[in-house]
Each structure stands twice: as structure tokens, then as C-alpha cells.
Write a protein that binds this ligand. Structure first.
Ligand SMILES: [Zn+2]
Length: 433
């Protein structure tokens, strides 16, 4: 096969001359899985051979907390107080999002993720059928959860239940193994007890992940205690939400009892260090305490309006150095942990056999090319976490299909041009309303 024919086809692929799990090795991908890794693979039927030229192979990144369509609001409003930012800029603009905006926003998000080495993302937003079409075309994996916000209003709750069930039903009907539906109650301060209980039962019945924002700010914790006499994790336990399927974004303001609850129920905490620092959420996730308690911690970027990119490499670096800074301890979150929270731990939370380079795992593999910031390679993991950005990724493979090769993603220019036009039109509609 020639280079231009290779894209988006699940054919046997041999990767030669790569740095894999600390050694120069070869990797063979077949039927969407990693089928072999060894120093020399001779018995194969590869239709495409990639000479990695000394690049480091890593598992594709798993971005565990996104609002992908918010790509269209990147750089639209920054450097503001959280509530003012939400109420004067984000919410009024979101009210003007069209079906096409959801689609093209997610197309741009998928393009950015493929470009920067992410092969799976866990999204919470609206317009999930349109998001799913974008994911389907882009070739990456996603768990897509409609976001329920009922504000304590029973009629709104009932219409949100209809929206959620149709979203889950439509996504399941696509029958695409790369697209998984999820259930998302937005947060304890935007969803009623009735809504939280329903989401927990519905996620259990459909056997899908449940994705919720938890304890992002100190104010959220104080308000929850004032309203219910309990901190958010305890309130979620009371409403039946805590379980192995629960993915708790942010989880910044946790105390020892909260961490014990996460450990008891097998909840996954998702760290979003850039968003938390940019919006001044005021606290680093208690990573070391969670790790000691056996809590699964994963990593996410949050939406592009509060980050402002979806680059998991810069997120890994920020996570690792924030832990060291916040705990005044340079041994906190070593590079190997940063890589695990950015890949294997997220995959585990979504029930995917991915995030590890070993035979039998999904063929979700990226190559970090040789460039000035990866030389010398004393330690490929250290370079990946501390020295490179996602733009150093030159090859992205998901489900055994090449989505980017040598930095080229077919159709990228068209997606960027259409997304930019849609973003400007959206801003005009919001400003003229
Ligand atoms: Zn969020």
C-alpha cells in the first residue's frame, strides 16, 4: 500500500524501529489488536510497514473529561471570574448552538485529539447524535453522555429523561464498537435528588458509564453541606450514584472521608489540572492520598473554553508538576504515573482493554517522533511527560486504523475552515440576540 491509501483501513500493520516499553522493538497490529511485540517479527502478513525511525511508541491517550463541541468557544472569553464567565459568556452563547455546530465542533475536537495523540475521549455535553456522527467519521473512540440539568424542576426533569433515553438509544443503535453511550447528571448543584437517582438507576440498567462533575470548587462543597448536610460524595452515595461505573470529574476538594468513599465504591476520579488552575478552583486533586487509598485516578482536559486545548501531553506535564508544587514534594506523581493516568487508568474506567502496549490490547497506538525536544532519549517516558507537546506525535492509530501518518490527517484543512466559520457565526448570533 502507498502512504495515501493507508488511512482509516483495518489492515495488518508492522511498526519497525520503534522504542517500545523501554526497548527498541517491533509491533504487529492485526484485526484491531496488538498481536505481537518483540525485537524481530518475521512471521507476518503486513500490508503496511511503518519505519518509526526511532520514534517512541505509546498507548493512545485517553482524555477522560471533555465537552468536545466547546471547541467552537476556544479563546472566546478568558481571564474572568467563574460565575461571570459562565453567565455572561458561555451560557448565552451555548444557547445558540445548532445541530451543525455540535457536529463540526466535535469534528474539530476529534481532529485536534488525533493530531495530539488521543485515541479515546469521555464526553459530557448536548447534541450527542451529532457528536457521534463526527466521532464515527473521525475514527477515534468516545463515550458520549448527554448532560442532564434539571435545576430541581420536575417538568424539566421529565424532558431531560426523554432526551437522555433517546440519546442512549440512538447511540446504541449505531452499533459502532468505537462509540459508547454514557449517562451524565451534570453536578450536585444543577440536578435534583430525583434526577441523580434516576441517572444512577438508568446507567445501571443500560450498563453504561456515569459521568458527573464532583467537588470542583470549595463553594460547591459548602453549598452542598448547607442544602443536604453532606459533602458532595456523601450526597451522591445517598442518591445511589457512587459505583464502579461512576466517573467523577475534577474531584479537587475531597477530604479523607470523601476519598474513602471513592475507594469503597471503586469510583474513578478525573483530574483536570489546567482547567482547575485557569479557573482558579483553588486546590490540586489529592493525588497521593487517593493513590494510597487505591482510588483509580484518570486525566482529562475539560472543554476547550477553559483549557484551551485538548493536548493530553501538556495536561500530563501540568498534572505532574502541580502535584510536586502543591505537596512541596518532587517525588509526587512521577512520570510513569502521569502516563498511566493519561492512558491505562482511563481505559480501565471505560471498560476498554487499552492504554497498555502488550499483545491482546486494542491497537490504539501513537508514535512520538524524533524532534529536538525528544533528544537525547535517556528515558522515553520522561521525554513524553516533561519535554514534548502533543504536536510531537506524528502517527496516530486507533482500532488498528491509521488516522494520522507523518503528521498528515486527510481532510484536516476543510474541518478547520468549516469549524472556524461556524464559530464566528455562532458568536455573531449570540452577540446580536
Ligand atoms: Zn467539565
Amino acid at each position: 500500500m502507498t502512504d495515501t491509501e493507508i488511512y482509516n483501513k483495518q489492515v495488518p500493520i508492522l511498526i519497525r524501529n520503534a522504542w517500545i516499553n523501554g526497548k527498541r522493538q517491533e509491533m504487529y497490529l492485526e484485526n484491531g489488536l496488538i498481536s505481537a511485540i518483540s525485537e524481530k517479527i518475521t512471521d507476518h502478513d503486513a500490508e503496511f510497514v511503518i519505519d518509526a525511525n526511532g520514534a517512541a511508541a505509546l498507548p493512545g491517550m485517553v482524555n477522560m473529561h471533555t465537552h468536545a463541541a466547546m471547541e467552537l468557544l476556544r479563546g472566546y472569553a478568558d481571564d474572568m471570574q467563574l460565575f461571570e464567565w459562565l453567565s455572561t459568556k458561555i451560557w448565552p452563547t451555548e444557547a445558540h448552538l445548532t445541530d451543525y455546530d455540535f457536529y463540526i465542533g466535535v469534528k474539530l475536537a476529534c481532529l485536534e485529539m488525533i493530531r495530539t495523540g488521543t485515541t479515546t475521549f469521555n464526553d459530557m455535553y448536548f447534541g450527542m447524535e451529532h457528536a457521534a456522527r463526527a466521532v464515527d467519521e473521525s475514527g477515534i473512540r468516545a463515550c458520549l453522555s448527554y448532560c442532564m440539568i434539571d435545576g430541581g424542576d420536575h417538568e424539566k426533569f421529565e424532558s431531560e429523561v426523554r432526551a437522555m433515553t433517546s440519546s442512549v438509544k440512538n447511540l446504541k443503535a449505531m452499533n459502532n464498537p468505537r462509540i459508547m453511550p454514557g449517562v451524565s447528571p451534570h453536578a450536585v448543584y444543577t440536578v435534583s435528588e430525583e434526577g441523580l437517582r434516576w441517572c444512577a438507576e438508568y446507567a445501571e440498567k443500560e450498563n453504561v458509564p456515569l459521568h458527573v462533575h464532583v467537588s470542583e470548587t470549595e463553594q460547591e462543597v459548602k453549598d452542598c453541606v448547607a442544602a443536604h448536610g453532606m459533602r458532595p460524595p456523601k450526597w451522591l452515595e445517598h442518591c445511589g450514584v457512587l459505583s464502579k461505573r461512576c466517573i467523577a470529574a475534577h474531584s479537587c476538594w475531597l477530604d479523607a472521608d470523601d476519598i474513602a468513599l471513592y475507594a469503597k465504591y471503586g469510583v474513578t476520579a478525573v483530574h483536570n489540572p489546567v482547567s482547575n488552575m485557569k479557573l482558579a478552583s483553588g486546590r490540586a486533586i489529592p493525588y497521593t492520598e487517593m493513590k494510597e487509598a487505591g482510588v483509580n485516578v484518570a486525566l482529562g482536559t475539560d472543554g476547550a473554553s477553559s483549557n484551551n486545548d485538548l493536548d493530553m501531553f501538556s495536561e500530563m506535564k501540568t498534572a505532574a508538576i502541580l502535584q510536586k508544587f502543591a505537596s512541596n514534594n518532587p517525588t509526587a506523581m512521577p512520570a510513569s504515573d502521569a502516563l498511566a493516568i493519561a492512558s491505562a487508568n482511563g481505559a480501565k474506567a471505560l471498560g476498554l482493554k487499552a492504554g497498555v502496549l502488550a499483545p491482546g490490547y486494542l491497537a490504539d497506538v501513537i508514535l512520538v517522533g524524533r524532534n529536538p525536544s525528544t533528544v537525547p532519549r535517556f528515558n522515553a517516558e520522561s521525554n513524553a511527560v516533561y519535554a514534548t507537546s502533543g504536536l510531537a506525535v506524528d502517527t496516530t492509530i486507533c482500532d488498528g486504523k491509521v488516522l494520522m501518518f507523518e503528521g498528515v490527517i486527510p481532510g484536516a484543512e476543510k474541518v478547520m475552515a468549516e469549524a472556524e466559520e461556524a464559530a464566528f457565526a455562532l458568536a455573531r448570533r449570540a452577540e446580536n440576540a
